[in-house]
Design a protein around this ligand. Structure first.
Ligand code: MG
Length: 408
């Protein structure tokens, strides 16, 4: 069996859902999804000749060849790994279909057949869409949703009441694990990295989390994301004021490279500390783990180096008694790929769901019963490969202008 073509398609959702499809001369193809980045489909196109003519069944060797071919001749970080992660996942789907087994079977078998998800709730309202440089944009579906929801919700979205109301809505949809953006209370100021957090801002954070905790009770988990926006002093202050609220984790309170800072933060609070969505390969996680700098790691399976590399990172974390709660902003196809990995992990905690406000999210795949997420869980498919296929008419309807749709 030989690889004969590599093609891409991009759906303009809350982020660019970037799909890569690898075709073999046997007629079987596999589809993977990459975490967005500037220039992503060009990177995939330029890396593709590495795969053409090769046997897709040797996934690990091909992945290593892609890493060697990428910029920096094997650099252990950077956008090239976003591309390689989706290409590797496409190979697993292809190989699973060829041998008629699910990806989780190829990765060593299951610890569980359903995956718990946490609902990312943003701030008090959640509708958003960002381009590859993380600048806000307004695709047609976004404007329709905005009109449907009304402008009033947005203007009041950062009050404790808005956070609490949003939390109750999401719990009513069946989720028992939520995440909110704690740093959203600042809006989008440019100066938050260079000035101290004010006591008024700390008070508002406390009121927001107290309101959410009171609204959902003690049986729902609450995680809080800070998006790398604070210095160590402010991160410590935030962690301390969150201690009474039984928080599942405080995510990315410090910049991603701050291993010593995370270690000091973890040692200074009872709130579990989490980071990892910016890190690539086992090399990226090794310092964090060796120093016990965090309580939980949040690797991104569509970015960190591939499905097998994600499993290896989780296995490495398990040596340090550290669980994994993977970051995930992908379409249902990438989410299902993540579920295959998570089902094989001894130390899996919970997987992110970031598509609540994308009205066509569930429609983007065919195969499993809908809705894909029921009671905050996904049943891991048992069919060959991913066990799901991209719904091409729907994907084409929301395709990003200027990008090919599995062409070339
Ligand atoms: Mg995050």
């Amino acid at each position: 069996m030989k690889i004969v073509a590599v093609k891409t398609a991009v759906v303009e959702a809350n982020y660019d859902y970037t799909f890569v499809r690898i075709y073999s001369d046997s007629g079987v193809y596999g589809t993977g999804e990459c975490f967005f980045s500037p220039g992503l489909t060009a990177i995939i196109r330029d890396l593709s000749p590495v795969l053409i003519g090769k046997d897709p069944r040797h996934v690990e060797r091909l992945t290593r060849e892609l890493r060697r071919a990428a910029s920096g001749a094997g650099a252990v970080a950077g956008y090239a790994h976003n591309a390689i992660s989706g290409m590797e996942a496409a190979l697993w789907d292809l190989v699973g279909k060829h041998y008629q087994v699910p990806i989780w079977q190829l990765l060593g078998g299951q610890f569980r057949d359903h995956i718990r998800l946490y609902a990312d709730c943003h701030a008090g309202e959640g509708l958003e869409s960002y381009g590859p440089a993380l600048l806000p944009r307004e695709p047609a579906w976004f404007l329709r949703e905005q009109a449907r929801k009304g402008a009033a919700e947005k203007s009041n979205s950062l009050t404790p009441e808005a956070y609490a109301n949003h939390a109750m809505e999401v719990v009513a949809r069946g989720f028992d694990f939520l995440k909110f953006d704690l740093d959203a209370i600042h809006g989008r100021p440019a100066d938050i990295l260079t000035r101290p957090l004010t006591s008024a801002e700390l008070n508002l954070m406390t009121e927001v989390v107290a309101a959410v905790r009171q609204s959902v009770g003690r049986n729902v988990e609450i995680a809080l994301d800070c998006h790398w926006r604070y210095n160590l002093t402010n991160a410590l202050q935030i962690a301390r004021v969150m201690e009474p609220f039984h928080i599942a984790w405080l995510e990315d309170a410090l910049p991603p490279e701050s291993v010593d800072g995370f270690r000091i933060l973890r040692e200074s609070t009872t709130v579990p500390i989490c980071t990892g969505e910016n890190l690539y390969l086992r090399e990226g996680f090794k310092p964090l783990l060796e120093q016990y700098a965090v309580n939980i790691i949040s690797l991104d399976i569509q970015k960190t180096g591939g499905l097998l590399e994600a499993k290896r990172i989780a296995d490495l974390a398990a040596l340090y008694e550290i669980p994994v709660a993977p970051h995930n902003i992908s379409s249902p196809l990438g989410t299902v790929a993540s579920c295959h990995v998570c089902s094989t992990l001894a130390n899996f905690m919970v997987l992110e769901f970031h598509g609540q406000d994308v009205p066509f999210w569930d429609d983007l795949i065919i195969g499993p019963p809908k809705p894909l997420i029921r009671n905050g869980r996904i049943d891991v498919p048992t069919g060959p490969g991913l066990g799901v296929e991209l719904n091409e008419p729907v994907a084409r309807e929301f395709a990003k202008p200027g990008e090919g749709f599995f062409e070339g």
